[in-house]
Design a protein around this ligand. Structure first.
Ligand SMILES: CC(C)(COP(=O)(O)OP(=O)(O)OC[C@H]1O[C@@H](n2cnc3c(N)ncnc32)[C@H](O)[C@@H]1OP(=O)(O)O)[C@@H](O)C(=O)NCCC(=O)NCCS
Length: 165
């Protein structure tokens, strides 16, 4: 029987499953405390995909408020920290749907833009972000520990971008 997946907000009970997927899918790994802090503070913008009672993909994102010495607080930005879908479940639209869910939650918080870093070699992720309306803002040379550079990609809050979600 074909199993249906669904997407929902992440909660603290998902942390162990998220850590497992993160370690399996990405070289950038984080401590339990890091996930705990992000989900506690920004759980509204953290997402999991579930199928058959099992978490198969996740997104962690947060709000950042840059400080301007002239004007006080600038509008908040969204920051995509980490996203992954287990290999078996890729290319079925799940990564895209997880991102859309998280982006809508960030927009509800009145962000002016959303940004992220992605390895220059990560074609799958770069293409997914482009499909969501992100553009390549700049390259951050040797951003990762192994020396690989990152593309900094940004999504601006505009009608055509919002219609895309
Ligand atoms: C990036 C990732 C989350 C995409 O998840 P996914 O569920 O496979 O993505 P989707 O099926 O929703 O695809 C959405 C779009 O992304 C692009 N895409 C996804 N996989 C791709 C691939 N292997 N090659 C090229 N484009 C790809 C396509 O534009 C696709 O749209 P399309 O199906 O209309 O062509 C997944 O590949 C992954 O977990 N990778 C390892 C972790 C990672 O790299 N995370 C990003 C760190 S910045």
């Amino acid at each position: 029987m074909e199993q249906k997946s669904f997407i929902r907000q992440a909660d603290l009970g998902d942390i162990n499953a998220i850590i497992k997927i993160n370690r399996q899918c990405l070289p950038e790994n984080y401590s339990f405390d890091f996930f705990y802090r992000i989900i506690t503070d920004f759980g509204f913008a953290c997402v999991v995909a579930e199928q058959d009672g099992k978490v198969i993909g996740y997104l962690l994102s947060r709000l950042e408020r840059p400080f301007s010495s002239f004007l006080g607080m600038n509008p908040a930005k969204g920051h995509v920290i980490s996203i992954a879908v287990l290999p078996k479940y890729r290319r079925q639209g799940l990564g895209f749907e997880i991102m859309k869910y998280g982006m809508k939650k960030l927009i509800e918080q009145k962000v002016s833009s959303v940004y992220l870093e992605v390895r220059v070699s990560n074609i799958a992720a770069v293409e997914m972000y482009k499909k969501l309306g992100f553009y390549i803002k700049r390259e951050h040379k040797e951003y990762y520990r192994d020396g690989e550079s990152a593309l900094v990609m940004e999504w601006g809050k505009r009608k055509e971008n919002e219609d895309n979600l």
